[in-house]
Structures are given as structure tokens and as C-alpha cells.
Design a protein around this ligand. Structure first.
Ligand SMILES: *Cc1c(COP(=O)(O)O)cnc(C)c1O
Length: 428
């Protein structure tokens, strides 16, 4: 495979864009080499600037659940664009997508649209703090909630229960209000509540973690979390930016039968355009301006092109009764196929999977939290990544990412992928 034009484009980009990219994980820092530049995509395939065809398991990091350039979404955007691309006034379409999202997701009465998952999570914790009149939040190590200051926090050392900034520019003052817990460890969460009585506004969690590989919640963990939050008058926030409209129509809330107090969305909800949203019961959402005191706004929020794309996407998912079963069946097939060839090649590995999310870890032990996710052999992953790329299969350029299965993938594509894993495994 030749990456000549991509390499040239990257060199040009580096002169005018920090690191050549507008979001760091695109830069291949975790695996070495230089990133491919996309030229176009259709269905299950990406085409790069050197005209290589790649089977895509990143899918824009989640949104393209029905494959690239899904026709109803493309058509909806084109038709809308002809009528004006932004008004700064309310439009009927915003109400329609809100009604549809509320019908699909359990336990929400109202929804507010923003422009990214970051904005959704940032606004959700502001709302939770205002609603509970408390300042601190608990997040879990290895969960990602976007790049706003409150979430760029690492665990403090030793016995300190509060976090420390994990990016320069985040202040100590912000960090002290974010407490770090271990994923899947309810006793740890209880201890944090005990040590910070009447101070915790909310617990925010990826109900299936997807930013340390795919890490499912242990049986009963989300239910227990809900109970602990309830006992301490704290809100439970599900960050469903990755899982929303992906694991089920109603996301992880539906899949696990646990109601969150606030749910955050992004990725799939925008059909590939920049959309985020957060939603809750009426009494919580009514705290938002202009009804309530909590300020939150956006010049391009509810943008007509973005709403058109999102509405077409949600309609497609809502009207296809078999979609989630189909996605799960394809993912299970891939899981079994990869497991078989890795075993046959004596590779040490663990595969995690929920619905259409799957991750391959090069470690024999179960991956249940950030600590165990970090045990994976990164050198093996790097070789695996580049080997797969060479075979025409594009997985995320980081050992801490989930693969996303789309409905556009055929069983033939999956077989090609499994055979690629078999070939690459022989070189590891
Ligand atoms: C991607 C992601 C975000 C951030 O969304 P952006 O649209 O990139 O700002 C937040 N939470 C989770 C779980 C995500 O996967």
C-alpha cells in the first residue's frame, strides 16, 4: 500500500495546523507513522488520498452506524442546504427531532441540542450542580467526557481523594471539584461519597466505557451506582455520546434497564454532522435558561443541516426493527472469527464486546477498568495496527479505542477482516 499523497498532505498540514490535525488522536501518535488523509467514503469503505480502499472500523469515531454517505442523510442535508444553512431562529425541525429522540430514549421529557459531545457533558454537569446546589462530581478513570476543564483530571496520588489536572491550563481550583473513581468498583464510589458528604452533585459515567477499549459495566454495577446516587441526593449522568442510539434505540438506559437522571448524546445523534444533546426529566431541564437560572447557549445550536442529518439518522434507526440485532450478530461473528485465528496463532489476548462495540486487548487478563486496560501490550498493538492497515483494514490508531461495527459491513467484509487478522497475527 502506498501512502505518498497522504504523507505530503500531512507535511503541508503540519505547517499550519498544530500537529497537522484538528483532534489529537487522528495524528497516529499512539502507533507511529503519519495519518492517512481521507478523500471519500461510502458504506463500509473509506478511500484515502492515494486511492487505497479501507474497510472502516472507526466510522468517524462512532457516528456512521449505518455506513458512510448513507443516502437518506445525504439527501436530507442537501435539501436543507438549499433553503438556508443557519437562521438563529427556532425551526420546526428542532421540535421534530426532539420529539423523536424523546420517544426513543427512556425517562427523558425534554432535550437541549448543542454542537458536540463535549458541550453536552459540560452543560450536563453545570445543570446537575445547579439542581443539587453542590459542587463536586465523580468521574471514572479511563472514561472520556470531552475536553472541558472539569473532565481533564487524573487521579491524585496516595490518599488524596481529589483529582489533579492532567493537562496544563486546567487549574487546581477546577481539579479539586472532580473526584476520580475506579470503573466497576462500587465500594470505591461509596467511599468517595462518605469522604465528601453532602458535597457531590453528580456521578458521570460512560455506561459502557468506550474510551479505554470497550469495557462493559459489571452485572449490577449501574443499578448500584443509581442507588448510591439516590441515597446521597446526587444525580446520575450517563454519558451516552458513544452508546446512545447505538446499543439500542434508548441506548444503555434501555439495554441495562437503568434510568439515569441526565443523559448526554453526540456522535450517532448527528448522523455525521456536529451535534450533541443532553436530556432529562422536566423538573431538571426546566432549570435551563430561558426558563430557569442555568445559562447555556449556542449560535449554531440546532443548526438546520445538523438537525436534518440527525433526524434522518434517528428515523432510519427507529423504523428498522431488526437493526440492533443485525449489528450485534455481525459483531459477534467478528468476535468469534478473530478469537479463533488469534488462538490458532498463539496470541495472548482478551476481546470485549457489547452490541456493536468491540475491542481487542493484547493481554490475557480480563479488562474491567483503566488499570487493566493499561496492561495491554502496546508494542504488539502498534504492529497489529500497521499490519491491519497494510491489509486494507482501518482500526483506531490507539489501543484505547473501540471498534465500531456498522450496518454497511457485509459478512464478506467481516471474513476479509478475520483473514487479515490471521495474516497479521503470524507477524506478531
Ligand atoms: C466522543 C465522546 C465525547 C466527546 O464528544 P465530542 O463530540 O468529541 O466533543 C464525550 N463522551 C464520550 C463518551 C465520547 O465518546
Amino acid at each position: 500500500m502506498i501512502y505518498q499523497r497522504s504523507s505530503q498532505l500531512f507535511a503541508e498540514a503540519e505547517k499550519v495546523i498544530p500537529g497537522g490535525v484538528n483532534s489529537p488522536v487522528r495524528a497516529f501518535k499512539g502507533v507511529g507513522g503519519t495519518p492517512l488523509f481521507a478523500k471519500s467514503a461510502k458504506g463500509a469503505y473509506l478511500y484515502d488520498e492515494d486511492d487505497n480502499r479501507l474497510i472502516d472500523y472507526i466510522n468517524s469515531w462512532g457516528p456512521m452506524i449505518l455506513g458512510h454517505a448513507y443516502q437518506p442523510v445525504v439527501d436530507a442535508v442537501i435539501e436543507k442546504a438549499k433553503k438556508g444553512t443557519s437562521f438563529g431562529m427556532p425551526t420546526e425541525l428542532e421540535t421534530k427531532i426532539a420529539e423523536l429522540a424523546i420517544a426513543m430514549v427512556p425517562n427523558i421529557d425534554k432535550i437541549r441540542f448543542v454542537n458536540s459531545g463535549t458541550e453536552a457533558c459540560m452543560s450536563a454537569i453545570r445543570l446537575a450542580r445547579a439542581y443539587t446546589k453542590k459542587d463536586k462530581i465523580i468521574k471514572f478513570s479511563g472514561c472520556y467526557h470531552g475536553h472541558s476543564d472539569s473532565f481533564l483530571i487524573a487521579a491524585g496520588s496516595g490518599l488524596s481523594t481529589f483529582g489533579v489536572p492532567n493537562s496544563p491550563g486546567v487549574t487546581q481550583g477546577t481539579a479539586k471539584d472532580t473526584l476520580l473513581a475506579h470503573y466497576n468498583d462500587i465500594e470505591n464510589v461509596k467511599a468517595l461519597f462518605e469522604a465528601n458528604l453532602n458535597e457531590i452533585a453528580a456521578v458521570i459515567i460512560e455506561p459502557v466505557a468506550g474510551n479505554m477499549g470497550c469495557v462493559p459495566p459489571k452485572e449490577g454495577f449501574l443499578q448500584a451506582l443509581k442507588e448510591v446516587c439516590h441515597n446521597h441526593n446526587a444525580l446520575l449522568i450517563f454519558d451516552e455520546v458513544m452508546t446512545g442510539f447505538r446499543l439500542a434505540k434508548g441506548g444503555a438506559q434501555e439495554l441495562y434497564g437503568v434510568n439515569a437522571d441526565i443523559a448526554c448524546f453526540g456522535k450517532v445523534i448527528g448522523g455525521g454532522l456536529p451535534v450533541g444533546a443532553f436530556a432529562a426529566r422536566e423538573e431538571i431541564m426546566n432549570f435551563l435558561a430561558p426558563l430557569g437560572p442555568v445559562y447555556q447557549a449556542g449560535t449554531l445550536s440546532g443548526n438546520p443541516l445538523a438537525m436534518a442529518a440527525g433526524y434522518a439518522m434517528l428515523q432510519a434507526l427507529n423504523s428498522d426493527v431488526a437493526i440492533y440485532d443485525r449489528l450485534e450478530a455481525k459483531t459477534a461473528y467478528l468476535h468469534q472469527g478473530i478469537e479463533k485465528v488469534l488462538k490458532a496463532n498463539n496470541i495472548v489476548f482478551t476481546i470485549n464486546r457489547v452490541g456493536s462495540m468491540i475491542s481487542v486487548h493484547f493481554d490475557a487478563n480480563p479488562v474491567v477498568d483503566f488499570q487493566t486496560a493499561k496492561n495491554g501490550d502496546n508494542d504488539t498493538f502498534k504492529k497489529f495496527f500497521h499490519g491491519m492497515l497494510h491489509e486494507g483494514v482501518y482500526i483506531a490508531p490507539s489501543a484505547y479505542e473501540t471498534w465500531f461495527i456498522t450496518d454497511a459491513l457485509t459478512y464478506e467484509d467481516l471474513d476479509i477482516t478475520i483473514e487479515a487478522v490471521n495474516k497479521v497475527a503470524k507477524t506478531l
